[in-house]
Design a protein. Structure first.
Length: 319
């Protein structure tokens, strides 16, 4: 078709195009007046959802402990912290480092003889003078019942073997030095040991000091490198028979282990200086180990504190 012969047709098409644009503009203008309100509602809803998601279940938790930490090993994340870098007397949590150190110095089948010096330690866990034990059995027993004399016997023998001496006093001193060296290797920057069992040395001086953060690191190191080392601490009780054919019924010092889902390991501690200490590791979900540390609580309060932190951790994970 020759547009030059029909100019009115071209003008008509232009008018149609302009009219279409005007219709689109009017529709867009109406949408503009309606959708901002809808958009605003959407933003508000999203903000409300975000607020719900950001609610911290740990926010209003109340503990008797002076210092505490909840550590997610898999995600390398602190879920909760209370004065986590404040040094505190460790009491029998010390025995976890004793276990790690001895495990690296002597094999499981090493024979440990409990001498009279070891039996002088505070607390009676039922061991006998000159009683002979396989190292791993005595270690498991000592961790379960928190045996101070058992820990000392292990330290003296392991240290003596490491130094190549028959003098167990020297062996014990060398063992404690190795504990402190190992602590630095692991990265426990605020932890130090004066003995192998954590007993108070004086009225105002504990046998070992560390932080909640350091104890979480120690447990993580132990579980990652020696996953079976703390296995005995999962059980409520166990019967051990020493090489001297003497039976010992061990009752776990953590009386609440049955209340912790997926328990991996635990260790208690208590002295006049430290108050109630407790560290546990548990698996709330498959392959998601969590470490809970409580220091400076009361004798019973440590169990209540850990229970509160475990329960709150489960709420946190479900979000």
């Amino acid at each position: 078709m020759n547009r030059a012969r029909f100019p009115q047709l071209e003008i008509l098409q232009i008018h149609e195009i302009v009219a279409c644009f005007l219709i689109v503009f009017v529709v867009m203008l109406q949408c503009y007046m309606i959708f901002p309100r809808l958009f605003h509602v959407s933003v508000v809803e999203k903000e409300e959802i975000a607020v719900i998601k950001k609610i911290d279940p740990f926010e209003n938790i109340s503990l008797s402990a002076k210092t505490a930490l909840v550590w997610d090993i898999k995600n390398q994340k602190v879920l909760y912290a209370l004065n986590a870098d404040k040094p505190w007397a460790l009491a029998s949590l010390t025995k976890v480092m004793t276990a790690v150190t001895a495990n690296e110095l002597i094999p499981y089948y090493t024979v440990i003889t409990v001498n009279d010096e070891a039996l002088k330690e505070e607390g009676d866990s039922g061991l006998f003078g000159n009683e002979r034990w396989k190292f791993k059995d005595l270690l498991d027993f000592s961790l379960m019942v928190s045996s101070n004399d058992g820990a000392r016997a292990i330290a003296a023998v392991a240290g003596s073997i490491d130094l190549g001496t028959q003098e167990q006093t020297l062996g014990r001193e060398g063992f404690i030095a190795t504990m402190n060296k190992k602590a630095k290797e692991i990265g426990l920057l605020n932890t130090s040991f004066e003995n192998e069992n954590g007993l108070d040395i004086e009225e105002t001086l504990g046998g070992a000091y560390g932080t909640a953060r350091d104890m979480a690191k120690l447990f993580e190191y132990t579980l990652n490198n020696y996953p079976d080392l703390l296995e005995a601490t999962r059980y409520k009780n166990f019967i051990f028979t020493s090489l001297s054919n003497l039976k010992h019924i061990a009752e776990n010092t953590n009386t609440k282990i049955g209340e912790i889902p997926g328990l991996i390991a635990s260790k208690t501690g208590f002295t006049d200086i430290s108050g109630g200490n407790l560290v546990i590791a548990f698996n709330p979900e498959l392959n998601q180990p969590i470490i809970v540390v409580v220091l400076g609580s009361t004798y019973e309060g440590r169990f209540e504190d850990v229970h509160s932190l475990v329960t709150t951790t489960l709420e946190y994970i479900k979000q």
